[in-house]
Write a protein that binds this ligand. Structure first.
Ligand SMILES: *[C@@H]1O[C@H](CO)[C@@H](O)[C@H](O)[C@H]1NC(C)=O
Ligand SMILES: *[C@@H]1O[C@H](CO)[C@@H](O)[C@H](O)[C@H]1NC(C)=O
Ligand SMILES: *[C@@H]1O[C@H](CO)[C@@H](O)[C@H](O)[C@H]1NC(C)=O
Length: 397
């Protein structure tokens, strides 16, 4: 006994320690003048740009610093939120332009929703921008601003750089280079989830992550628990229930680990709030799930004196995993903010599973109470889960 326990604990602690994601973002090492400190940042890889921010949940506002090199020594940089679209059209833009004397000036300009060749003028945006300023150093421009966000959750952003200005007016930028065309994505200032590179592949990965985890941790695992708890009451289902339970939980675990891996990848890409409860619950779930798999291998014989304690352990960890999984799936919905129908569909599945469980609980008790007088000396449960000396007590918990 001692050796396998030791080996599995070793594996478990190794797995849990290696798998803490790290990210090597350049923005982490950047600092700013006037003791400005930002808690979150993201490398925006097309155009070598960096976005830093502090999010204020009380009034849904952000203080941002956007740092990027202009395309030429007398050029400009720009960063925009696009609340109603994506890309340039409709972008509510902050400009930082280089001046002849080597300083930088900032102003704002909304881009029309149907004009790819707009005149860039100093005009107000559709949301409030305060404390707007720009600095130039080492060939880069940094725009500082406080922004009252037009919406919560994920929002599209877009950034750009050009090589020439006329006075303070930014002139048109390259439209042929891949970087100038791909410099857009989405960002969630509250959670840090966002993308700078290829929005499409990231959205695909977010969806994969959500679907894999909702199916495995969120649906298969509770189903496996329902099978174990209710099927074994029926003698005819013995030992089928046991194999179904193992098959269900094992496939849930395998799919769940795959979904968990996509989560780590997503997490390492979005630099935001470091203490993300969703991530921590996810890591705890992986550890507890792995523990359950190893527990199966270490299960004492049914008549072993420790079997009772093993059962208590197995059930408490199992129910903890299910509850944490459901909590974490709802946290995931809040972070990724998919279409409402996904969340509603999952709520529907959970309610259906809950209803089935309640119904089966009632049926089980009716069966048990009816059977009791006739078979008081008989164990109706599957032997492998019967606690010694419990007779026909209902022991499915
Ligand atoms: C929002 O709240 C933060 C911190 O509470 C404050 O510093 C900031 O000025 C507020 N911004 C707006 C636009 O009210
Ligand atoms: C832009 O316009 C605002 C308001 O009219 C003004 O306060 C600000 O100085 C202008 N910025 C520039 C760079 O001209
Ligand atoms: C504007 O900036 C000044 C100095 O940088 C700071 O003291 C003030 O709190 C800022 N105001 C807002 C609304 O962020």
């Amino acid at each position: 006994m001692a050796k396998p326990i030791f080996v599995s604990l070793l594996f478990l602690s190794l797995a849990c320690s290696i798998l803490t994601p790290t990210s090597a973002q350049t923005c982490r090492s950047q600092t700013f003048t006037n003791n400005r400190v930002y808690q979150s940042c993201n490398d925006l890889s097309p155009l070598s740009s960096y976005l830093h921010w502090n999010y204020h949940s009380a009034n849904n506002s952000v203080d941002i610093a956007y740092k990027a090199p202009p395309a030429g020594s007398n050029g400009w940089v720009a960063w925009a939120l696009n609340p109603l679209g994506s890309g340039m059209l409709g972008a509510q833009t902050l400009f930082g332009v280089m001046q002849q004397d080597g300083t930088a000036v900032a102003y704002t300009c909304p881009i029309g929703r149907n004009n790819y060749n707009p005149t860039i003028e100093n005009q107000t945006l559709s949301f409030d921008v305060s404390n707007l300023s720009a600095e130039a150093s080492n060939g880069e421009i940094t725009i500082f601003a406080s922004i009252a966000l037009p919406s919560s959750g994920s929002i599209n952003h877009v950034w750009q750089a050009g090589s020439s200005v006329s006075g303070i007016i930014a002139q048109s930028h390259s439209t042929t280079s891949t970087a100038n065309r791909n410099s857009k994505g989405s960002i969630n200032f509250a959670t840090g989830a966002g993308t700078a590179t290829s929005g499409d592949s990231r959205i695909k990965r977010r969806n994969t992550h959500g679907v894999l985890n909702a199916i495995s941790w969120g649906i298969l695992m509770p189903m496996g628990a329902i099978i174990a708890r209710y099927m074994r009451v029926f003698k005819s289902a013995d030992p089928i229930w046991f194999y179904l339970h193992v098959a269900c939980q094992t496939s849930a675990y395998i799919v769940g680990v795959a979904g968990w891996g996509t989560g780590l990848k997503l997490g390492s890409e979005s630099v935001g709030i470091v203490q993300n409860p969703h991530r921590n619950i996810g890591i705890a779930l992986f550890c507890l799930g792995t523990l359950q798999v190893f527990a199966l291998l270490l299960r004492p014989q049914k008549d072993h004196k420790y079997r009772f304690y093993w059962n208590v352990y197995h059930h408490s960890v199992g129910y903890t995993v299910i509850i944490l999984s459901i909590i974490n799936i709802f946290q995931g919905f809040d972070i990724l903010q998919p279409k409402k129908t996904w969340k509603n569909a999952y709520i529907g599945v959970i309610i259906a599973l809950g209803a089935v469980a309640v119904l089966l609980e009632v049926i089980t008790w009716i069966v048990v109470l009816k059977r009791k007088p006739r078979t008081s000396s008989e164990k109706f449960q599957h032997g492998s889960h019967t606690v010694n000396g419990q007779g026909s007590q209902h022991q499915v918990v």
